[in-house]
Design a protein around this ligand. Structure first.
Ligand code: PMP
Length: 436
């Protein structure tokens, strides 16, 4: 991450005094002198406290899809807040957002709103448990589904040496504080492997409440599913009576207007949405089949929250989804993202760096490797040091991908072809610097 300038560092020292590690999320800390601090953002760029500009490909880790400070979204929020923001009651933007999600995401019949991705995956898993009467959840190695104990197992940063045999993976806790007793409720599986999954389900499929999957591994370099893999998950869930949950917190309203359901044509039972649905405002949703969604309710499965469906968040989502429905958002993202993917391939080939580019234009990752990785274990064979050296050089020169290559590049509709040209120039400078 960027070496802080004088003003940025002075500001971060204030933060360090009052906030553990100066950040409100562990993921954001990258050293007392290298943690990113932001004073403001506009369109596809952000600025630190020294006024240094960065072309932003982190985009808050995915939510900003139209661009920072989008006037249409901010205008809708400003209009809405003068009529009150928090009612603990159903209000107009909430219903409008649910209607738009149902119109955009094939197979979604009902929606409940929330504020964060973590909240949605937690509620979706409780829903699946309530619906099936089973307790165990199957999750794939390397995927991230939020900050609660149900799913903080074998996430992207987990220690591969503790992962055990890939036929029967060991679940690795993310840090301290996760009760050991919860291990019995989680079943790990390597991703993209039909045989291992088939074998696990053959043994205990009837005890599993839900399979939760990122349809594109947004926390693992944007690895794509093998052709037919999501269809296989669908078939297996039908066979064993398991609720299939697509965690679309990163893919939803990003890889296509209707997310992975539209992109891959596979319909899970439940999807969880957050990030791009609000262009950076804290809003999230659980959507799915009516029969299952109606298991939420008084005396049934609990779901709630003081701020769920609040006016600020839902007004932002209403405007963001309306912009997407107008059709103008995705062509621009695909054009600029496509230019970047192609340009990066050409530069790496020119410098004889073996590589694979994963994902789609709206969300893609770079691996320095001879062989296409297909899961979290394979990713450990890539040369992350070289990629990080390239990224760090770019960051010092005003282009901001995440330094850690497990996190993809995110595009927004405010990125321009000029941004892409500058990015490719600095990417090539970074490659030359890293290879010296
Ligand atoms: N699911 C996925 C796929 C995610 O990428 C994330 C966050 N990166 C979450 C869930 C959790 O979302 P939040 O940070 O909004 O709680």
């Amino acid at each position: 991450m960027p070496a802080q300038g004088v003003k940025s560092h002075a500001f971060f020292e204030r933060a360090l005094d009052v906030i553990p590690y100066g950040v409100s999320s562990n993921f954001r800390y990258s050293g007392d002198h290298d943690t990113l601090v932001v004073s403001e953002a506009r369109e596809g760029c952000l600025f630190d406290f020294d006024g240094k500009r960065f072309i932003d490909y982190r985009l808050g880790w995915g939510p900003v899809i139209l661009g920072h400070t989008d006037p249409f979204v901010n205008g809708r929020v400003k209009e809405a807040i003068d009529h009150g923001v928090s009612f603990a009651a159903t209000q107009q933007y909430e219903v409008s957002v649910a209607e738009r999600i149902i119109a955009m995401c094939p197979g979604v019949e009902m929606v409940r709103l929330a504020n964060t991705g973590s909240e949605c995956t937690m509620h979706a898993l409780r829903l699946a448990r309530g619906y099936t009467g089973r307790d165990i959840v199957l999750k794939f190695e390397g995927s991230y589904h939020g900050a609660h104990d149900y799913v903080l197992w074998s996430t992207a940063g987990g220690d591969i040496h503790k992962a055990g045999n890939r036929l029967r993976p060991t679940a690795i806790k993310k840090g301290l504080g996760i009760p050991e007793a919860m291990r019995d409720l989680i079943q790990m599986c390597p991703w993209n492997d039909v045989e291992v999954l088939g074998d696990i389900l053959h043994g205990r499929g009837e005890k599993i409440a839900a399979i939760i999957v990122e349809p594109v591994l947004g926390n693992n370099n944007a690895l794509l599913p093998r052709p037919g893999y999501l269809e296989f998950l669908r078939e297996q869930c039908d066979q064993y009576g398991i609720v299939l949950i697509f965690d679309e917190v990163k893919t939803g309203f990003r890889i296509a207007p209707g997310g992975a359901r539209e992109y891959f044509g596979v319909h899970p039972d439940i999807s969880t949405y957050a990030k791009a649905m609000g262009n950076g405002y804290p809003v999230a949703a659980i959507g799915g089949k009516k029969e299952i969604m109606l298991t939420f309710g008084p005396e049934k499965v609990f779901q709630g929250g003081t701020y769920t469906g609040n006016v600020v968040s839902t007004a932002a989502a209403d405007a963001t989804l309306e912009r997407m429905q107008s059709g103008s958002v995705f062509p621009q993202i695909e054009k600029v993202g496509g230019v970047l993917m192609k340009g990066i391939r050409e530069i790496l080939s020119r410098h004889s760096v073996p590589h694979v580019i994963n994902g789609v234009p709206a969300m893609f990752g770079i691996c320095v490797t001879e062989q296409q990785p297909t899961d979290w274990r394979d990713l450990h064979n890539c040369d992350w040091d070289l990629l990080e050296a390239i990224h760090n050089h770019m960051i010092q020169n005003g282009i901001l991908p995440e330094a850690d290559g497990f996190e993809p590049y995110f595009l927004c509709a405010a990125h321009t072809e000029e941004d892409a040209a500058e990015t490719l120039q600095k990417f090539e400078d970074g490659v030359k610097h890293a290879l010296q």
